[in-house]
Design a protein around this ligand. Sequence first.
Ligand SMILES: *[C@@H]1O[C@H](CO)[C@@H](O)[C@H](O)[C@H]1NC(C)=O
Ligand SMILES: *[C@@H]1O[C@H](CO)[C@@H](O)[C@H](O)[C@H]1NC(C)=O
Length: 359
Amino acid sequence: MGWWLFMILVILQWNARSLIANGQEFKKFVTDLLDKPQVICVQETWLKPQLDFVIYGYTTIRNDRETGKGGGVATFVRNDVKYNLVNKGKEHESVVVRIQTGKDSIMIVNFYNPCNRLSTDTLNAVCGVTQGKTVWCGDFNAHSTIWRSKNTDINGSVIEEFIDDKNLVCVNDGKGTQYSSSHNTESAIDLTIMSTEMAGISLWEVLDQSTVGSDHYPIITRIEVEIHQDSELKTPRWRLDKADWQMFQMLSEIKCVELVNKDIRDVEEMNRKVTRAIIQTAEETIPKKTRIEQRKSVPWWNESCTIVIKKRNKALRQLKAHHTLVTLINYKRAQAVVRRTIRSAKRGYLRQFCNKNLK
Ligand SMILES: *[C@@H]1O[C@H](CO)[C@@H](O)[C@H](O)[C@H]1NC(C)=O
Ligand SMILES: *[C@@H]1O[C@H](CO)[C@@H](O)[C@H](O)[C@H]1NC(C)=O
């Protein structure tokens, strides 16, 4: 049992450059997002099997790098989303899941290319023979004028060919996804590639206010889909008391007038479109209560952590505006302070917690 709903599928992707170093800040970052992503694709987790990493409210599917340092990917699926694991790369750093949506399903490929020579065979091996709606989220370490790199390299042209072949579209808008603090340059190497039929109903956004401790920005992709949610527990609970009703009225009127002008004759279709317009408007104007308990995600978080992150993000803005040795050192220091502060807040909390429980 469950519900069929028009929803916005939210996918968050991010090259972490180590969840060991930046994972705690990332948990807080996810907790603070207004729209909880259904799926989170992280590259370069640097995790090893003996290290735990949990985001509260999500199931983790990891593919750690077995030998050598760095690398690794992890896909986190929100607990209320039905999914199955399709494939974990053995030779390649990838995790492929399929999430259930209304009439069909969407395959979400999380991929990290550690600066290797890409080939069509590699990409085919990662996604398998399966057809159907697909979204690739990953760090491809490849350049192409399609995503507005200055030039197209070999790896870029391999992806171009693959995209053509599989009827996919790269939805990147050309914005830089990775920031080099030492050169003050940005490059677009994190890509979101999806089936053509979904590209038109998707929104792609680089959240470039902060790198969350990494050198890559988080990227949010929103796709309008019909999605299956598990029964009562999962019905979105609108916070009607917090709604912007004026905006709701205005937007729904605009959308409905648009529909009337389209001269739709089929009642079923009209019904579908009106429902969708109203839900879409609600998504934009009414906040939702989420069942994912946010407190538990980072219970040890305190104001000190928030303050040092603000300082670090300010240092990043200053570095981008005036790239000098001083601003660079400032930024690096601020980054080190963030990690130290978070670590000590966590330790302090655990110590207190243990003391309380042992008495
Ligand atoms: C692309 O492939 C080449 C091998 O042809 C590799 O040496 C290079 O590192 C790759 N490019 C990037 C940006 O990783
Ligand atoms: C946050 O926690 C740390 C470690 O317990 C502590 O030293 C610091 O004073 C706390 N900050 C605030 C604002 O409570």
